[in-house]
Design a protein around this ligand. Structure first.
Ligand SMILES: *Cc1c(COP(=O)(O)O)cnc(C)c1O
Ligand SMILES: [Zn+2]
Length: 384
């Protein structure tokens, strides 16, 4: 971390540069903004530091006055599934129960540095929980917009932190529009648009590389909703490669639910932008995003990494959830979708390929949705 500094924002579409400010969240052309930031991180700097998110401070675009709930570095645990062994990062262990805390901690630290006193955010649940928690920690007032039908544990969590909750009927995109209107005159603390969030989620890549002895895995398998883990991984691994810490960026396999797969379709047709889709029903609520604002960047990152997008069926998600739970991990259906995608990849990978993925969110967040999914399960004693 540095003394309080300002970095430039640059439009990913037209290249226009902007001074950082609490009110600007996209380019006048409608493009998304990226942060012009060069980390000065070296692995030897970690010597003697406590193992938490902030140990990578030279890679974080924030000052020293941090907003923290005590974010751990999460364990990378080998888990044996039928198709092979996955190295699964335990992202459900964050303070609010999902990896969104990586982004929210950096974003709220930055917004408090800017002197912001109230924020607005929209979310399918977990990003709202994370922003509400870190806003509470920072003493910043918070309004969270969610779609009608969001898991009750998540909405209860948002309200418990003292945020004001707004239900929006219609699609996930309708929820985003409602928040963007409300953000006029407030600050839009968007996990999708605000690039500081991605400079928080990128610590996923730093931790994975550190866990592997400052090396990249062959493959990382990540969710592809709005792409905060995907783009964070891309930024983090790219920074480490540029610094000469690792020698290549891993192949990124990005997972969508077949019921809502605008990026899979675009990838398969070789298109630069997501394809418009009507979202069907999926238990994977965390990745049900029909028009991801950073979709073009997600497609470009996955292509540049030599990876691909995969769509998993509802049946595969349920099977995957059963397998995770039977091995002792109670995770969200959305997390099970990511594991289903990783198993698809593992089934055709070489046996010595190192595949890293994540349990993205805790099952307690979606217990009410999970319970009815398990009713037809037979008693199993052999988890394997
Ligand atoms: C947010 C979230 C995802 C999807 O991440 P995106 O950033 O939208 O791609 C997956 N799983 C869980 C538990 C999440 O909270
Ligand atoms: Zn622009």
């Amino acid at each position: 971390m540095q003394d309080f500094m300002r970095w430039l924002l640059r439009c990913s579409r037209c290249g226009t540069a902007y001074e950082d400010s609490a009110s600007r969240w996209r380019c006048d052309c409608g493009g998304v903004l990226d942060l012009e930031f060069m980390p000065s991180f070296r692995p030897d700097l970690l010597c003697g530091r406590s193992h938490d998110l902030w140990q990578y401070r030279e890679a974080l675009p924030v000052g020293d006055d941090i907003v923290t709930l005590g974010e751990p570095t999460t364990p990378l645990v080998p888990v044996q599934f039928g198709a092979g062994t996955l190295l699964v990062k335990q992202e459900q262990l964050f303070p609010t129960g999902s990896y969104k805390d990586r982004g929210a901690a950096i974003l709220m630290t930055h917004l408090r540095d800017l002197g912001v006193s109230c924020v607005v955010e929209d979310s399918s649940g977990n990003a709202g929980c994370a922003v509400a928690a870190y806003a509470a920690r920072a003493g910043i007032a918070c309004d969270i917009y969610v779609p009608v039908g969001t898991s009750p544990a998540k909405t209860a969590q948002v309200e418990a932190y003292g945020a004001i909750l707004h239900y929006v009927p219609g699609t996930r995109e309708d929820t985003a529009s409602a928040a963007q209107e409300a953000a006029v005159g407030s600050t839009y603390a968007s996990h999708v648009y605000n690039p500081w969030f991605l400079h928080g989620t990128k610590t996923f890549a730093y931790e994975v590389a550190e866990d592997l002895g400052w090396a990249a895995p062959d493959t990382v398998v990540v969710p592809a909703g709005n792409g905060t883990m995907l783009l964070g991984a891309w930024i983090g691994f790219s920074e480490l490669k540029q610094a000469g810490v690792i020698d290549r960026v891993p192949r990124i396999i990005a997972v969508q639910a077949a019921a809502c797969a605008p990026l899979v379709t675009a990838f398969d047709r070789n298109l630069p932008d997501p394809v418009g889709v009507i979202a069907g029903d999926t238990v994977a609520e965390g990745i049900a995003v029909a028009s991801p604002a950073r979709g073009a960047q997600m497609l470009a990152a996955v292509r540049a990494s030599g990876g691909r997008f995969v769509a998993v069926t509802e049946h595969e998600i349920r099977d995957s959830l059963d397998m995770c739970c039977a091995r002792g991990w109670f995770v969200e259906p959305t997390s099970a979708a990511v594991i289903a995608g990783a198993l698809r990849h593992a089934a055709q990978a070489s046996p010595d390929e190192r595949i890293v993925t994540a349990f993205t969110g805790h099952g307690l967040k979606a217990a009410a949705k999970i319970a009815p999914m398990l009713t037809h399960r037979e008693r199993t004693t052999n988890a394997g």
